[in-house]
Design a protein around this ligand. Structure first.
Ligand code: ZN
Length: 181
């Protein structure tokens, strides 16, 4: 269906083309402002307390008019969502990089600690009579340290998952609002 729309910003007339009647967003081909248009019969909406843009009067058009006027298709939505998906993707990639960097740093410190202690083990055993006992305590301490590092990494991963879930939920709500459901 095609409808003639008068832009409420610049006053110019253009044709709005849509498959489904009801509320639709169109970008004015003259001034570029986004218009929320009521096309055809009024369909009931679940949410009512939201009027961001003023409704623009529209009416069916004659074939004579149709030849003269530019046509605007429903393209605003597709553009907005692809930009948002790109931003979402980027933030998720950044989050993953952060987690992997923390993991690499933690592994490096642990390896350093273990190699240092193993090179000194023999000398330590030879020097002190109760060296074995101290080595046992040392390894116990290293093990506990390893547990803490592991827990920290797990916490980071959980935090990352939780934040990306929140982000996705926010994007979902915004997308719903954009679609007008
Ligand atoms: Zn306009």
């Amino acid at each position: 269906m095609r409808y003639s729309v008068n832009c409420n910003q610049c006053g110019q007339e253009f044709i709005a083309e849509t498959e489904t009647p009801g509320k639709q967003k169109f970008r004015c081909p003259y001034c570029g402002s986004v218009l929320l248009c009521q096309l055809g019969e009024d369909k009931p909406f679940r949410t009512k307390a939201r009027s961001v843009l003023p409704l623009v009067d529209s009416r069916t058009i004659s074939p004579k008019q149709e030849a003269k006027l530019p046509i605007a298709k429903v393209k605003v939505l597709a553009k907005v969502t692809s930009e948002k998906l790109q931003a979402m993707k980027q933030s998720i990639v950044e989050g993953t990089e952060n987690v992997s960097q923390i993991a690499v740093a933690a592994t490096n410190t642990t390896e350093e600690y273990l190699s240092k202690s193993s090179s000194k083990l023999q000398a330590f055993q030879e020097k002190y009579s109760d060296g074995n006992l101290w080595i046992f305590f040392g390894f116990s301490f290293a093990f506990i340290l390893l547990i803490f590092v592991g827990l920290f990494i797990c916490a980071q991963v959980v935090n990352f998952v939780y934040e990306s879930h929140n982000l996705l939920f926010k994007e979902y709500i915004e997308m719903k609002n954009n679609l007008g459901f």
